[in-house]
Design a protein around this ligand. Structure first.
Ligand code: CA
Length: 727
């Protein structure tokens, strides 16, 4: 499968190069195109603030990141006439999370493996392509797929962060790198999936990796030279050494190590892997920080403490990166409750007064309205089912935790789970309806502290025992009380009254980000591949189309030649596309293919969206008949849940993006050492685990998977079960 897709990619790249150098008047055509590309990317802060209606110049459209477009040509009265006008095949099979940027008729968009394309926004034709050649091995450090959320544009440069931690400036004219810098310590499992933002000539980029053991920070690089201007570390380092900032000195007493567990050795976390917002009015950068590394505070900071600045909104001064204020939403973070979810800034009339606010729906389940001039809480209410806390104390801004929330080693059911009440999929705010549109997740999770707590370099380190959690789920299924399915909704939220205006239940839990427009519309897609326009006031569905793969990226809208278009990347993936939500009724299950495509729509569009040829075989092949040692199966169960379940699913139940290991072609059973130890499938993201697993471990994992494969085969083939019973 992989080689076919890759070969295909090379062919398309060649076609793209041909397009750049057509026969005939090649020279002038190329020069014209290069000039057009350079003009498109030649923007600065004034352009981003000025909000040219037909453009989308920064990740959340402008610095405020409302994902609200003033365009009205497509509206509630005519949305039913929408149709696809072009599609662009990315020739990748992993998740697509990017928001395309459009400037002067050129689209700049990224795909999985941090690839970048410039496209003609009117036709979808490729103008150039850039592949940073991320090593497949790095997929192991990406908790949540080899995704990328987009580029930034600034003065003729196109900026992208790569999964393996580089920041690259491309020449908008050609897609060739002008400079690239390594933003991470390559000996540590850092990743970049977020879109850079450019503020006052500085390119801002964060990082991820808190599930594996890293210390998070935001870096600012000079857009012209690539020189590091400043770095804001979210959590303190080794307390025996000087801290990098006054803010960290202040944070130090909120961390309490033990002889056995030192957070600066475990990582500490706080990785700011997504939301970065600049506010020209206050001249502050607002940053959403990540969860603790590891999640479990008993391990990360055994003496307790708030562990500043985990799971916080921090306000930074753009010139220096110094802290202006902070608001910690989840003190003493313990549940993977990142605060990296989209930050939206707006002016809201609250109690008769116009307030400058940040709106935020982080993973922890509460919708926050915060004064962005000083970080003081205005209000907070749950936007999904929350059981870990009873509410937020309006006086202190702190959660009122439920007594069982700080789980020990027995499984404790809490809501939301680590996937959050809302994940990275951006919400949108429509100033005309006064509503915020949130892709909400509603589900339980069995938090289960490891016993004993143990850290393993470069491995999945959360201080949670996923094997014990799997056993708890199996026991509850056996007792006839299985965990309820995780559900997904579009919720329209009134941020002033802190109440829900309306909701749309979705097929699965893991769905797209949001786009809203002055045409009174809301655009959103789902795991089932359905992309739809809704009335932003009422939630009434006005139009939909099946894009034939799951949609997680937010849509955007733009104009070319006075014609309004809506574009969206469709490619199932992310943590929910791997094992995290257990979404089963996905477009991927239906169409058996996940080649990512970018689609554009306009009124009267007639392009037919065809299902691509299936690449994932249907059915469950007969697994080899082998007698399995039950001790090996048990050992394999434990090893699988420590090392493999994050992608392949707890109890092997994945949401389809990576192969169901129980239903693999027969030859795979003979290749476990080659794949798991020698990296035979590294190029498609199945990395080598040679540094933490040995041959005996792999044999045990294989035994567990094979045992489950037999069970699945028997359930799919009742006649096989009968034959077995006769024996
Ligand atoms: Ca996390």
């Amino acid at each position: 499968m992989t080689s076919r897709i890759f070969a295909f990619g090379a062919a398309t790249l060649a076609a793209g190069l041909l397009f750049l150098a057509p026969s005939g008047n090649a020279e002038s055509g190329t020069a014209d195109m290069a000039a057009k590309l350079a003009k498109a990317a030649n923007i600065d802060g004034k352009d981003i603030i000025a909000e040219k209606p037909g453009d989308w110049l920064s990740y959340g459209r402008n610095y405020h990141e409302q994902r609200f477009s003033p365009l009205t040509a497509i509206n509630t009265g005519n949305a039913a006439k929408l149709g696809a006008v072009w599609e662009f095949r990315t020739n990748t099979v992993r998740g697509l999370e990017a928001t395309p940027l459009v400037s002067d008729g050129v689209m700049f968009v990224t795909g999985s493996w941090s690839k970048v394309w410039a496209l003609d926004a009117k036709t979808g034709k490729e103008l150039w392509a850039y592949d940073p050649h991320v090593p497949g091995q790095w997929a192991r450090y990406a908790c949540c797929d080899v995704v990328n959320r987009g580029v930034a544009l600034w003065k003729g440069g196109v900026f992208v962060g790569t999964l393996d931690g580089r920041l690259v400036k491309l020449d908008a004219k050609t897609g060739k790198p002008l400079w690239q810098v390594n933003t991470i310590d390559k000996s540590k499992p850092y990743t970049i999936t977020g879109a850079p933002r450019v503020v006052k000539g500085l390119v801002l980029i964060g990082n991820g990796g808190a599930e594996y053991g890293v210390r998070g920070y935001l870096s600012a690089y000079d857009a012209d030279t690539g020189k590091l201007a400043w770095r804001f570390y979210v959590v303190p380092g080794d307390p025996s050494k000087p801290q990098e900032s006054k803010a960290l000195e202040k944070a130090l007493p909120t961390w309490k190590a033990s002889e056995k567990f030192k957070w600066w050795e475990l990582g500490g976390g706080g990785t700011p892997w997504d939301s970065i917002v600049y506010d020209p009015e206050t001249d502050l950068i607002y940053l959403g920080t990540g969860n603790g590394s590891p999640w479990n505070r008993h391990m990360r900071s055994p003496g307790g403490g708030d562990n500043l600045y985990l799971s916080s909104i921090v306000a930074l001064k753009p010139a220096t990166g110094d802290l202006a204020w902070y608001y910690q939403e989840t003190p003493g973070e313990n549940w993977d409750y990142t605060a990296t979810q989209s930050l939206v800034i707006a002016d809201l009339k609250i109690d008769g007064k116009l307030r400058k606010v940040i709106m935020h729906a982080p993973k922890n389940g509460f919708f926050y309205v915060v004064d962005r001039t000083n970080g003081k809480l205005i209000s907070a209410k749950p936007y999904t089912t929350v059981t870990w806390a009873k509410g937020i104390d309006p006086k202190t801004g702190r959660p009122i935790e439920n007594p069982d929330a700080r789980y020990g080693s027995s499984p404790t059911t809490l809501m939301p789970g680590p996937i959050g009440g809302h994940n990275w999929q951006p919400m949108a705010y429509n100033p005309e309806t006064g509503l915020v549109y949130i892709p909400v997740i509603d589900g339980t999770f069995e938090f289960t502290g490891q016993k004993p707590l143990s850290y393993e370099k470069g491995a999945w380190n959360t201080g949670n025992d996923f094997a014990a959690m799997g056993r708890a789920i199996l026991a509850s299924i056996k007792a006839g009380n299985p965990p309820p399915p995780v559900k997904g909704y579009i919720r329209a939220w009134n941020p002033v009254t802190q109440t829900m205006a309306w909701q749309v239940p979705m097929t699965g839990a893991w769905n797209s980000g949001m786009l809203t427009t002055a045409g009174g519309l809301l655009f959103a897609g789902g795991s089932d591949g359905i992309f739809a326009a809704y009335d932003a006031k009422t939630g009434k569905k006005l139009w939909s189309e099946d894009l034939k793969t799951g949609i997680i990226a937010p849509a955007m809208t733009y104009t070319v030649d006075d014609q309004q278009y809506v574009a969206v990347a469709a490619g199932w993936g992310g943590s929910g596309g791997l094992g995290a939500t257990g979404d089963m009724e996905t477009a991927l299950q239906k169409y058996r293919t996940n080649e990512g495509r970018i689609f554009a729509f306009k009124l009267g569009g007639t392009h037919q969206i065809a299902a691509l040829p299936p690449v994932i075989p249907r059915g469950v092949p007969k697994p080899p008949d082998e007698k399995l040692d039950s001790a090996m199966v048990t050992k394999g169960f434990n090893l699988f849940h420590r090392n493999c379940a994050v992608c392949h699913g707890v109890l092997l139940l994945s949401s389809g993006e990576v192969p169901d290991l129980r239903a693999v072609p027969p030859e795979i059973w003979g290749q476990y050492d080659a794949i798991v130890l020698d990296g035979a499938m590294e190029s498609n993201g199945m990395a080598s685990f040679k540094d933490i697993l040995n041959k005996n471990d792999v044999a045990a994992i294989r035994a567990y998977v094979l045992d489950e494969a037999h069970k699945l085969y028997k359930s799919e083939h009742p006649e096989a079960k009968k034959a077995e019973n006769k024996k």
